[in-house]
Design a binder for this molecule. Structure first.
Ligand code: NAD
Length: 332
């Protein structure tokens, strides 16, 4: 089987992780990395034995290149998606597409005639436990879904400079949960959000919140509750609960081992939950690449398509509006 030639744009936190996955993946051949910070690209290139490209244009000019993975800061995604589509490359772009719906719509229009394969990096959909839960719910094991509870708490708040450029908690972080909610209950028609700055005053000073609770109503009638925090003393808290007429499905937190200790101070004491996204979603990031390659091979639309990126951003925008107005916001 021929390996798909791919390049990574952006060698920061997530880009370097993706580059490592692509360099090892049995179905991809990482041929170049690029970063505006030449040192970041050179370091990644040296580690993985690939070329550090001199520019985006140089990456895209390579006729052997089939696809790019965009892992640059969010405000740069739209221009890179358009450039890659114009060069005839398939695109796997990190979430969110952009922070501004008008720019996202303009991007959608610009690339439509080129019909590129575009996948958005909603990696959690590819987590083996969440995937198994969704498949069992879809098979009718718990009957029609009535309620979903999504818990998503980061271990520690990001630095204030990150918060300033992130687009805010709903567009940067909760967007994963909005996508997860849609993947379970379909279209969302109503959003009600509360947010607060309970953890780090610097986040409040940067104009953002660090804690949120969001309720969604789906067209199906199902309701979703999302808990978000930028701090969790016990590690990266990622849980999912789906409730229906015939029962409930739960995907619990992951731990390094399944060993439990019973001692004087506590019984059934388990390992801490995994530290953060790189560890918790390692299998999901690899499976995401596998799905992208399947879509290229079969010419199919990815499960996390550009349209899914648009829909999740629309819910994030509605959540922000709901929080500001103190009222629920309808989406249909
Ligand atoms: N799916 C996930 O789990 C997940 C996790 C973290 C971040 N993200 C997303 O990934 C993206 C990157 O986040 P990050 O935390 O890795 O950021 P980062 O700041 O650590 O890395 C971004 C890198 O891109 C480089 N860069 C900036 N502009 C560029 C350009 N025009 N061309 C090439 N390189 C450029 C920077 O020099 C930097 O090295 C964001 O959109 C973020 O929302 C997704």
């Amino acid at each position: 089987m021929e390996k798909v030639a791919i390049a990574v744009l952006g060698c920061g936190r997530i880009g370097r992780m993706h580059a490592r996955v692509l360099a090892r993946h049995p179905r991809t051949r990482l041929i170049a990395v690029y970063d505006v910070m030449a040192d970041a690209a050179a370091e990644t290139a040296r580690e993985l034995g690939v070329q550090a490209a001199a520019s985006v244009a140089a990456v895209l000019a390579d006729p052997a290149l089939r696809a790019v993975l965009i892992a640059t800061p969010t405000p740069t995604h739209v221009d890179l998606i358009i450039a890659a589509a114009q060069a005839g490359k398939a695109i796997l772009c990190e979430k969110p597409i952009d922070l501004d719906m008008a720019r996202v719509r303009a991007c959608q229009q610009a690339i439509a005639p080129l019909a590129p394969i575009v996948m958005i990096g909603f990696n959690r959909r590819f987590d083996p436990s969440f995937q198994a839960l969704r498949r069992r719910a879809e098979a009718g094991e718990i009957g029609a879904i009535e309620q979903v509870v999504i818990t998503s708490r980061d271990p520690a708040p990001p630095p204030a400079h990150f918060v300033r450029d992130s687009g805010g908690l709903f567009r940067d972080m909760t967007i994963h949960d909005f996508d997860m909610a849609r993947s379970l209950v379909g279209d969302i028609v109503e959003v009600q959000a509360m947010g607060a700055c309970l953890i780090d005053p610097a986040i409040g000073a940067a104009g953002d919140i660090d804690s949120a609770m969001v309720q969604l109503r789906a067209r199906s009638g199902a309701m979703v509750h999302i808990n978000n925090s930028r701090r969790s003393a016990y590690g990266y808290d990622q849980r999912l609960e789906v409730f229906g007429a015939k029962g409930m499905l739960i995907a619990e937190n992951r731990r390094a081992t399944t060993v439990r200790a019973s001692l004087g101070a506590a019984t059934e004491a388990a390992d801490p939950v995994l530290p953060f996204f790189i560890e918790r979603y390692a299998e999901a990031y690899a499976a995401e690449i596998g799905h992208f390659i399947d879509c290229l091979a079969n010419g199919t639309t990815p499960a996390t398509s550009f349209a899914d990126g648009v829909a999740a951003l629309a819910i994030a925008d509605a959540a922000l509006e709901s929080m500001r107005r103190g009222a629920s916001v309808r989406l249909d």
